[in-house]
Every structure is written in C-alpha cells, then in structure tokens.
Design a binder for this molecule. Structure first.
Ligand code: ARG
Length: 457
C-alpha cells in the first residue's frame, strides 16, 4: 500500500503530481514521533475496546520493532510511499499483517501530522534551549576569565565610553536568556495533544483522548477538533523565536568580525573557525562568523515563508500546510549548528590585552564622567554638556590634552573644576565610578557573573 486513499480514484495520479506532492523526502524526520503517537493511539483503541486487545498488542509490538529499526538506523524508507504516515503504516502491515489496517481507526492524517509536528517541536526546541544554556555557560566562562579587561564601547560604531569586556559579554547572556524564555513559553502552548480530532469534526467512536495525552506526557488535550487540525501557531512561534535567536547570533558574530579586523585587533578568533584566502597568503578570514550572520537570513525568511503560507488559508486542513515542514526543519537544524559553533568561538577566543590598553588610552572616552563631575558639584546637565564640549573642542583644535591643562586653564572652562578632575581620565576609574543598577561597575558585574553561574550550572 503506497497510498491511504487509492480505491476511490478512477485513475492513477500523474507521476509529476506524485513527485510534486510527496513529502517523504523531508518528513522522514518525523518517523519516531509518528511511531510514538501511534503506539499511544493503539493502546487507547485497545483500552476503549474499539479494537481487540490482541490487535492492539500486535500493533504496538510491530510499532516498537519499527521504533528500534529507526533507532538503529536500519529502517528502510520507501520513497514511493507519499509521506511518513504511509511509510510507517506500510512497514507495519509488512511486519504484522491485517491487524495493521486497524491502527488508523479514529484518527486521520490531519490530526496525526499536527501531533507529529508538536512532538518534533517539543523535543527539538528543548534541545535548542539546552544548546543556548551551553552557549551562555561558555560566554560566562570567557567573561569570568577576563574580568579585568576594559574595552571601548560604541554607539553608531563610533567610540563612546569604556566598559568591562565581561559586561559586554553579559549583554549576550541576557539576549540569549530571553531567547530561551521565549522558547519555553512556546513549548507551554505547544504542549497540547491534538490526536483523535480526526479529519476535523471528531469521531462517533468512543475514544479516550485524555488517555493518549497522558501516555505521551502532554500537559493537556486540545478542546476543539477544528482548531486541532488547523492550528500551526506553534510552528509560526517556533520560527519566530528562531529568527530572533538568529538575529542575536548574527549581532554577536558581527561584533567579533569587527573586533578581529587588523584595524581593531581586539581579539583573535581560533584558527579552527577561520579560513584562508586562495590568493592572499596573509589572510585569516572569520568565515564561520560571516556564515552565521549569513544563515540568519534564512532563519528570518523561513519565518516569513510560514507567515505567508498560512495567512490566507481557510479552516481547516489544507495541503499547503504540508509546506510548513522544510522551513521549520531548516531553522531548527541551522540554529543547532549556529549555537554549537558560537560555543566553540568563546572557548577558543584570545583577547589582545595590550592593544585594548592602548586603544582606551584616549581622553574622549571620559567626557560623560567629566560632565557628571560637574553635575555632582551642582551644575545642570545642559551647562555641563556645553562646558565639557567646549573644553574638548579647544583641546582637539589646539592639539592639547585635558591631562596637561593647568588648574587656571581648567577653571576658565568652569570655576567648579579642580585638578582632581584629571583623576577621571582613567579607564579603571571610569568603570569603577559607575553605580547604577546594571552598569559596568566591576563589583556589580562580578556579582552578576556569580548569579549567572548559579543559575546556569
Ligand atoms: N503530508 C501531509 C502534511 O504534511 C500529511 C497530512 C495529509 N493530510 C491530507 N489530508 N492530505 O501536511
């Protein structure tokens, strides 16, 4: 049997139509979920006496054999059977004979595919959450190791103020934590069991859907058969979460691509994540990070694809919905690779402390600190901004340094200035002086690192 529905058909389907509509080339990934869902379903049919106990146990033991073959990778997928459901059903028939024909009682492929996809999402998104936690840990380790390092921070990619490298790293950890939380949130909404809704209206057979829910470990059972077979929100949400994760991965990559240029030279990316040039022997290119940035385009376009796919579909099931799979599978698989590669990045990352020290030896990084010095002495923010702005302009124009200004020269800009302002022209002082919650203050950052360690380990 290569089709579930051949008998009503007056004619064989066109071979190109077959090729066009078969999904086994990608939905083979759902095999194990189809088997697990079918085992729970067969147990329910037996328990509810819809099929005999004997048939149920024959079906279950046949399905378990198929499960084992899948685990051992010896299961032979039949590319002539249109989808994964047909593949499993045919294999079962070959294994146990006529009892297999009773498995598809009180269900349809419409609710079955919804179940398979939900199980896939539950497992894969959990794995992605674990990989995010792993990446967070490798970032924390890197941050912890370099707690004394200060780096320039940028707005508009123009040097702005100095911060702790570890503070910058903790920004990534926060971003990734939101990604993890979003996935958790999606998992909770996905964890509702749709099987038994059948084609769309339910069944006249006396099934026990809650039994299947418990067997499979779902949190709840879907409450509307029409919604059960029509809903793809969980896939849209998953793809949206992965697009956001991709954007974060891309921005992290971009930071390091810039930091690894010979112009910046703040860090060295491990050789294992770089490639050379076929013509320029001196090159060490950050290709892997560039490809992480590039693959993110796919993570975003896959979200777009499913949004466009779903937006005009009438309830309930439409075959268009088969096409939710390639974008989901691709985004899941790419995300896992990206997370693992970024974890390796942080493990092998070297910091060029000397270069960084020289780079932050620049008075312009401390203009806000000087402003706040004046604010603390009662000058308004606006006036302080003007005073420091004028002072910096004149120093730049004349090629002077604030550090070299005499007390009198300083007082010309503002009588509130004293020579102690020069103590601010120092990166260590700059970070230490920050007091606000969530700032780059070393004590606070250290506390945060400890907090993350406890939370993640
Ligand atoms: N391969 C189909 C899909 O992925 C399975 C459901 C088919 N249902 C149907 N009524 N043709 O959506």
């Amino acid at each position: 049997m290569t089709k579930f529905w051949g008998s009503r058909f007056a004619k064989k389907t066109d071979s190109l139509a077959d090729q066009f509509s078969f999904s086994i080339s990608y939905d083979y990934r759902l095999a194990i979920y189809d088997v697990l869902g079918s085992i729970a379903h067969a147990n329910m049919l037996g328990k509810c006496k819809i099929i005999s106990k004997k048939d149920a146990s024959e079906i279950v033991s046949g399905l378990k054999k198929i499960g084992k073959q899948l685990e051992e990778e010896t299961f032979k997928f039949d590319t002539k059977a249109e989808d994964i459901h047909t593949n499993i059903q045919s294999a079962l028939k070959k294994l146990i004979g006529p009892a297999a024909d009773k498995l598809h009682t009180a269900r349809s492929r419409n609710d079955l595919i919804a179940l398979d996809m939900k199980l896939y999402c539950l497992v894969e998104l959990t794995m992605i959450m674990d990989l995010i936690a792993k990446l967070q840990k490798s970032i924390i380790k890197f941050a912890d190791k370099h707690q004394d390092v200060i780096v320039p921070a940028y707005t508009h990619l123009q040097a702005a103020q100095v911060v702790l490298l570890s503070h910058h790293m903790l920004a990534y950890v926060e971003m990734l934590d939101r990604d993890k939380n979003r996935l958790m949130d999606t998992l909770n909404r996905t964890d509702v069991m749709p099987l038994g809704s059948c084609a769309l209206s339910g069944t006249s057979l006396e099934t026990d859907r809650d039994f299947v829910t418990k067997e499979l470990g779902f949190l709840a059972t879907t409450q509307n058969s029409i919604d059960s077979v029509s809903d793809r929100d969980f896939i849209i949400e998953s793809l949206s979460n992965l697009a956001m994760l991709g954007i974060h991965a891309s921005r992290i990559s971009e930071d390091f691509i810039i930091w690894a240029t010979s112009e910046f030279n703040f860090i060295n990316i491990d050789w294992s994540l770089c490639t050379g040039s076929s013509i320029m022997p001196h090159k060490k290119n950050p290709d892997i990070l560039e490809l992480v940035r590039g693959e993110t385009a796919k993570l975003c376009s896959n979200l777009n694809e499913i949004l466009i796919l779903m937006k005009g579909l009438p309830l309930t099931y439409n075959r268009d919905m088969q096409l939710d799979k390639p974008p989901l599978f691709e985004s899941v698989e790419k995300s896992k690779e990206i997370l693992q590669l970024l974890s390796s990045l942080f493990t092998g990352l070297k910091v060029n402390k000397k270069v960084l020290k020289e780079r932050i030896n620049d008075e312009s990084f401390f203009s806000v600190d000087i402003m706040e010095y004046l604010i603390k002495k009662g000058i308004s923010y606006r006036e302080a901004h003007d005073i420091v702005g004028t002072m910096i302009k004149e120093c730049v124009d004349k090629g002077n340094k604030i550090a070299d200004l005499s007390k009198e020269e300083l007082k010309k800009y503002c009588p509130k200035f004293d020579t102690d302002v020069k103590e601010l022209l120092n990166p260590e002082t700059s970070v230490k002086m920050k007091k606000s919650l969530g700032s780059t203050n070393p004590q606070m950052v250290k506390k945060q690192i400890e907090g993350w360690k406890k939370k993640l380990l």
